[in-house]
Ligand binder design. Structure first.
Ligand code: 3PY
Ligand code: MG
Length: 252
């Protein structure tokens, strides 16, 4: 099965991805039908576990969106399990060095180039009988840049073979640079850091994504050269929508 994120990139446009922190298959299914290219299940900060994630991936599989997972850490056995469960892309938080980026790639690539163990149980159902032959080239690997070490090594991380791109965590990056957490940073130091990441990705022919607080900010990021944008999470959007309607109900 084709990866819609790669199709977007091949067509020269940014992929728009949803982000799930609610651990529920029905809400995952709803989000998958909204027209997004991709849906990321967040195992790091989302209110979900691996068992709920499997139901969410099944639900996303019934929609046109491609399922991705953000893992909690650079944990090769968990990366392999998430791919076996049918994720077509993985986002790894807090990648600090080229060595870590290389381990991320090896853990998600079959031998002889990598060390991914064979057992794509649900991957075969989602991807089809030829899954194993195409998995290495089809899956998307995004290394998160959101620490001081990661920023210092961003050029080397982007140069790492097999890393498809980087994904900026603006909140953690802001904390790392002593500017506070913000999904749309205004601190010039953080703005310069983000520009450095974009330049590093472009210089190495890699993709670059970022978490955003809204569709408007995501559109601005696309115009800046980002090609994987996330216009906020399910939980934040639900809170905002319910709050806005409740205010209208009270105030008219
Ligand atoms: C961050 O902003 O730190 C993130 O990880 C975005 O999801
Ligand atoms: Mg983060």
């Amino acid at each position: 099965r084709a990866n819609r994120v790669r199709e977007c990139w091949d067509a020269g446009r940014a992929a728009v991805s949803a982000w799930l922190s609610i651990g529920n298959s029905y809400s995952a299914e709803i989000v998958g039908w909204t027209g997004v290219d991709c849906v990321v299940v967040d195992l790091q900060h989302g209110m979900t576990d691996v068992q709920a994630m499997i139901g969410m991936l099944q639900a996303i599989s019934s929609t046109p969106a491609t399922p991705f997972v953000r893992v909690p850490s650079l944990d090769p056995p968990l990366l392999m399990k998430v791919l076996d469960a049918g994720a077509y892309g993985v986002v790894c938080p807090m990648v600090d060095s080229a060595e870590q980026a290389a381990l991320f790639v090896r853990a998600t690539t079959y031998p002889p180039r990598g060390l991914r163990s064979f057992g794509p149980t649900r991957g075969l159902l989602y991807g089809g009988a030829d899954y194993v032959a195409h998995a290495d080239a089809t899956l998307v690997r995004l290394a998160m840049i959101e620490t001081a070490a990661g920023l210092a090594a961003v050029e080397a991380i982007c140069a790492t073979q097999g890393v498809d791109g980087i994904f900026i965590g603006p909140n953690d990056l802001g904390l790392a640079l002593d500017a506070g957490a913000s999904a749309d940073p205004s601190d010039p130091v953080v703005i310069a850091a983000i520009a450095r990441c974009v330049a590093a990705a472009k210089a190495h022919g890699k993709h670059v994504g970022i978490f955003c607080p809204s569709g408007a900010v995501a559109a601005r990021r696309s115009a800046e050269g980002f090609d994987f944008v996330v216009p906020n999470s399910d939980a934040n959007l639900l809170r905002t929508a319910v709050g806005a309607e409740a205010r209208l109900a009270r105030e008219g």
